[in-house]
Design a protein around this ligand. Structure first.
Ligand SMILES: C[S@@+](CC[C@H](N)C(=O)[O-])C[C@H]1O[C@@H](n2cnc3c(N)ncnc32)[C@H](O)[C@@H]1O
Length: 627
């Protein structure tokens, strides 16, 4: 009894669903299925095997709409901004993925994401609507409060199970993001997506659609807990999944897991074989192959044949060759059944990963919470992080240690950054990361908020800083220790990249890319204003990075500031954004760049200089653009 009058329609629907659950989809009657159940008019339109949901077409359209966003550098929140190759981007990931398309197309080796699982309690951005004005843009990347921070009641909101579009909303959120993510992957790249029972069935179909069923690699089961929750009515789930797809299965080579000490300890050398340690293999295989069934005489004189239903591992000819090469063992007394000697030096240096990952190997959820609390002086600021060990294993499997770029665009507490930094330190690697995290407001009652962390992104950035300080301290301690022991680094010359550069998503600095500012009422004044394409308050560094991205350069390009201009990527590109005069033009030309971009407004009132510059650049064979 809730005191409300009975909702007759809902009551009828509930009764109908009890008898005919199959004619419902997301809580509503599916008319085609209804007709099929009660008439012989069975006519499913477009009958084929396909994943469909309410809003799929709109979700697809969002892909094609260009973004009006850019990325603003925030050096004061970064470590080693000018030299690091690691990037943290604060922003809404669909927007950010679009901004990154040109510069990072086909450059990412490994994507690891842990999106909202759609439990009925989590929040995310849906639906995505890009036909928007500036005000709408700000609303979608989150209603802003007076400090310009995200509020929870914008399009970033809870997707509850009562929603008539519960699964559709989640699919509409994931579809464009996965699609854009795939563009960023290298041909031999790989993506890992964390998920649980709520959406695993839909995610597999969605990934089949975006990546192609043939690129499916594995559905890993991670044991995230070990004790049952006895309050649960039915089962107490203690595992999640990690779905893995390659961009192109023909190009993808899985890195193997390192052999553990335990695995290596199985190898001994009881007969002092000069080829080193070996272990005994199984001499027989099944099912039986007739030609490999023959009697073998042990040195003791005992004659053996393969067990019933099996045959020997080798043909008789091969067996005799191996005997001659001392590759067969008969036990200390020469009477044990023969065994092939499998030498450690000849087995593959890695182990093929299994699909079931236990908490003993990669940690469980409580481990993850504990390790995050430890970093934050025993404070709990973020719910349900993933264990660093688990993400390290994914990074190991998905990358080669020297060059590869890892992307996580649902960064949460930034576990992926910690995993990359730690793994690099352990194996002298040079992997880089890009993390993207929404400035989702922390709950006002949370400990994080009370300690001054306004957003989840603030927690992520602070985690990265703390991890870097921890690793630097450990490295210093190790060096001091090694110096006192008069020994040297394992790999001389290797330096760890213990930095990260922070960017924030923001509207473009240029009016020309902001069509939203033109309306029928203001078109004349706007066109006049567009003679200066820049928005008044734009900082030079912000313009620099926006132009870099638009010109297809990465956020970590080598940039040198000179008198009046910036030299990018060993003089491939030069940008003049502050002033221009004849001597700047000459200096720029003397750097022999391939491309030069100059802000058009710098030539204001000096048409002659502009004309001369165009001619001089043309004579020098430089691709010259003004903007
Ligand atoms: C499940 S958590 C990831 C946890 C992470 N693996 C860890 O170990 O801490 C998902 C994160 O994605 C963020 N998120 C959700 N929607 C987003 C969006 N549209 N853009 C960027 N981040 C988003 C949420 O704020 C949340 O922190």
């Amino acid at each position: 009894m809730n005191g409300k009058s009975l909702n007759i329609l809902q009551d009828n629907l509930d009764k109908l669903r009890e008898i005919f659950p199959d004619i419902f989809s997301e809580g509503k009657i599916d008319i085609e299925k209804f007709k099929a159940a009660f008439t012989d008019d069975i006519n499913f339109n477009n009958e084929r095997y396909v994943l469909n949901w309410a809003g799929k077409a709109d979700a697809f359209k969002t892909l094609q709409t260009p973004t009006i966003a850019t990325l603003k550098p925030i050096p004061e929140e970064s470590i080693d901004f000018d030299i690091t190759q690691n990037v943290f981007i604060e922003g809404e990931n669909l927007e950010v993925l679009k901004v990154l398309q040109k510069s990072y197309y086909g450059k990412v080796k490994c994507i690891i994401i842990d999106p909202p699982y759609n439990t009925g309690n989590d929040s995310f951005v849906y639906p995505d609507n890009f036909k928007e004005t500036k005000a709408e843009y700000e609303k979608r990347v989150g209603d802003k409060n007076e400090d310009g921070l995200l509020m929870k009641d914008g399009q970033f909101r809870k997707n509850s199970k009562d929603s008539g579009h519960f699964h559709s909303n989640w699919l509409s959120m994931m579809y464009p993001r996965l699609f854009l993510a795939k563009n960023l992957l290298k041909d031999d790249g790989v993506i890992f997506v964390h998920i649980d029972d709520n959406e695993v069935h839909n995610l597999r179909l969605l990934m089949n659609e975006v990546f192609g069923e043939e690129n499916f690699i594995s559905q890993i089961i991670w044991q995230r807990a070990y004790a049952p929750v006895n309050m649960n009515r039915h089962f107490s789930p203690n595992h999640d999944y990690i779905i893995c797809y390659s961009k192109n299965i023909a190009s993808y080579n899985l890195v193997k897991l390192p052999r553990t000490d335990k695995q290596n300890n199985d190898y001994q050398n009881p007969d002092n074989d000069p080829r080193g340690k070996w272990k005994a293999g199984n001499p027989s295989v099944g099912p039986a192959v007739e030609k490999n069934i023959y009697p073998i005489t042990m040195p003791s004189g005992r004659v053996v044949t393969p067990p019933k239903g099996r045959s020997w591992l080798y043909s008789e000819k091969r067996y005799l060759e191996l005997v001659a090469d001392n590759r067969i063992y008969y036990g200390k007394d020469g009477n044990s059944i023969w065994a092939p000697k499998l030498f450690l030096s000849e087995v593959s240096s890695g182990v093929t990963p299994l699909t079931l990952w236990t908490y003993q190997e990669v940690g469980h959820s409580q481990d993850a919470t504990k390790e995050l609390k430890k970093l934050f002086d025993d404070n709990s600021y973020f719910d349900y992080p993933k264990p660093v060990k688990l993400i390290k294993r994914l990074v190991h499997l998905g990358t080669k240690k020297n060059v590869d770029l890892v992307l996580d665009f649902f960064a949460g507490s930034a576990t992926t950054a910690q995993a990359v930094l730690e793994l690099n330190k352990e194996d002298n690697g040079n992997r880089k990361f890009i993390l993207v995290q929404l400035p989702e407001l922390c709950d006002e009652n949370s400990d994080a908020f009370k300690e001054g962390y306004r957003t989840i992104a603030d927690i992520s950035k602070e985690r990265i800083r703390r991890v870097i300080h921890k690793l630097e301290n450990e490295q210093k301690e190790n060096k001091d220790k090694r110096a006192s022991e008069l020994s040297f680094d394992n790999e001389p010359g290797h330096t760890n990249d213990f930095g990260f550069k922070v960017f924030k998503a923001a509207p473009s600095n240029f009016k020309i890319w902001r069509g939203d500012e033109i309306s029928e009422d203001n078109i004349l004044t706007q066109l006049e204003a567009f003679s200066d394409p820049l928005k008044g308050e734009s900082k030079t560094e912000n313009i620099l990075f926006e132009l870099l991205l638009k010109a297809g350069y990465s956020l970590t390009e080598n940039i040198i500031k000179k008198q009046g201009y910036y030299v990018v990527k060993d003089s491939e590109l030069i940008m003049a954004l502050e002033k221009i005069n004849q001597s700047t033009v000459e200096n720029i030309i003397s750097e022999h760049p391939k491309k030069v971009i100059v802000l058009d407004q710098l030539f204001a009132g000096n048409d002659q200089l502009k004309t001369n510059t165009v001619l001089q650049m043309r004579d020098a064979g430089i691709d010259f653009k003004t903007i």
